[in-house]
Design a protein around this ligand. Sequence first.
Ligand code: GCV
Length: 747
Amino acid sequence: MERKRPRLQPLQPGRLRSSRTRLSFMTRSSINRRLSLSFLSVAVCLLIGATSVSAEDGYRLWLRYDQLPSPQLNDYRARISELVIPGQSATLEIIRSELGNGLQGLLGKSLPVRERIENDGALVVLSANNPLAARLKWKGELSALGPEGFQIKTRKLDGHLVNVIAAQTEIGALHGSFYFLRLLQTLKPIASLSVSEEPRLQLRLLDHWDNLDGTIERGYAGRSLWNWSELPATIDPRLRDYARANASVGINGTVLNNVNANAQILTAEYLRKVAALANTFRPYGIRVYLSPRFSAPMELSGLKTADPLAPEVISWWQKKADEIYDLIPDFGGFLVKANSEGQPGPRTYNRSHAEGANMLAAAVAPHHGVVIWRAFVYDMKPGYDRAGAADAELQPFDGTFAPNVLLQVKNGPIDFQPREPFHPLFGAMPRTQVIPEFQITQEYLGWSNHLAFLASMWREFLDSDTFAKGSGSTVTKVIDGRLYHQKITGMAGVANTGTDRNWTGHHFLQANWYAFGRLAWNPDLSSRQIAAEWIAMTLTRDANAAQAIERIMLDSHEAVVDYMTPLGLHHLFWGGHHYGPAPWWNKEKRDDWNPVYFHRADAAGIGFDRSATGSNTVAQYQAPVREQFGRLHSCPEKFLLWFHHVPWDYRLHSGKTLWDELGLHYERGVDWVRATRRQWDLLKGAIDDERYEAIAQKLAIQERDAIVWRDACLLYFQTFAKRPLPAGVEKAAKSLDEYEAKSLLDQ
Ligand code: GCV
């Protein structure tokens, strides 16, 4: 279905009027009054600043605990009188501190912390092993919620009306505590709570592509958060804030190093550093995982081979696993990129991916660890279609992976493009534990410069119907165990975090970290709910502003697709850095790293024919998806040029030709950014100036970039289409030669 044009939200008069409009309403005396007021507020700020500096730099993420507005504030104050968190442990200490600080900030008063209930309005936090929990009538229900779930109920306990956060484990109680704080932050009623939550997916992992030298592959928010040179002696307090943020959205694992792995991470020296991180994250319910280099036995111990069936290799990995688990008893396991983009792997020894994965799985199995094997594998063969490579290589091994192996598959068949159809492996491996891999960091979506709320893109993917077991076999059902009842489920996201003060480089992109965690906890959540929560917790409680921002966020992904790769186009990026457009690019050593390989524009038309008349990789999908995508007339237009080479004059549903629609999509993307900037102008005052200005600057970059994308792509494709731009598409700002000469990154 085609997207409607974005609509700007009507704004209330007064508060959100632009500064220009506001000035015109002012009389001289009101200006004077304002000036003296602002002098007063500067003086007050200076006074406050002398004791506390509270920069609105985004560091606090969504864990902001500023005082709530009335009338909810009065209601909450009346209903929360004391904290009862009995017991001693690192996790309970974290809960006490989070709820203590959080409620003090939100309610503007500090609460007594007690061992037992003394008053109505107590907020009680219990895990099943606490003696007080024995008095809960619903104790039996807790074990059904598993080790990370929780309940929050308003009940009479010990003669008092209280809210109880109860869980089987302390980690469950921690999740419940963050949930309770979120209720307040989003101004939800707490008078009569009956909440029961458990994560739908077991492994909820952030994959860090962090290198040991502190750089991050495809990272756009500073350097790695792991300061290897100061570990294990020094634990940067920021690491605890990283863990808090993850725990608050339910993320329970972190893969510390890049899948393009350096074997050094497995040395004794580095493992001690890894153990220090594991110790820091453990009380937050977060386990660490590592990406091992498949050839590590050769590189670290001088073995002659890394053949997964060689006895000395098997024994090397077993010893290495024992060494790791001695240091880190709850180590999660290994994430492996093998025989992909130059990484070593079992194929080097003519062994299958399953043989490689199972050998590592056997090493960690005695310690209850897992191996997560990546399906991002593709070999360059003349004339092949890269989109079909992973399915061709891995699907035949369905059912042959060990029980503690998971297959991690990118959401789409190519590589985190602005839009891809779902990967055909979802629903095609019923006897394998398949988990999706998202890219939170925006390698192909404008880095940390472009506002693109990715929950919408992930939602589209999760809602895709694979038809694996008939209609309604959505990707969500494939991965959450409802279709195949797999023992282990999960979801992974390539992190967008770094040492930038605001963590993600762009304030809005914190929302993608947040959204990933929320969806991994509950893959049925709507993008709207996630956006609304995040806005209220992070940006503003002004209802009109929140509504306008929500609209911006929800439309943003489609807009980026419009100005980068509309109608199923993909991989039009400048080689190497993947920031700006370069549809003309044809100089990479591999064909399938070149945009010309992907768009195939010529005098007849544009697009990659993956139908039966072309590579026929559409046949990897189940019926009737393969028929729907495979026929030109039934293929959703958003995937048209992904599956078909389409004549320039082909008529789309709008009645317009492909060429005209292409132009109009690019223009629509640019227009959206311009409209968003205008909308942002109107939001001044609804959020603090510091973040407001930082976002405004990013939006200016986004507009510049969107124009370059539109112009460069249309000018280039026009050399084949040889048709004029349709009415409504702006004339290019520069010539094609100029765009080809200089990458957007260098402008
Ligand atoms: C970590 C793409 C990226 C690489 C990345 C690779 C992968 O090709 O450009 O930087 O490598 O995907 O997912 O392994």
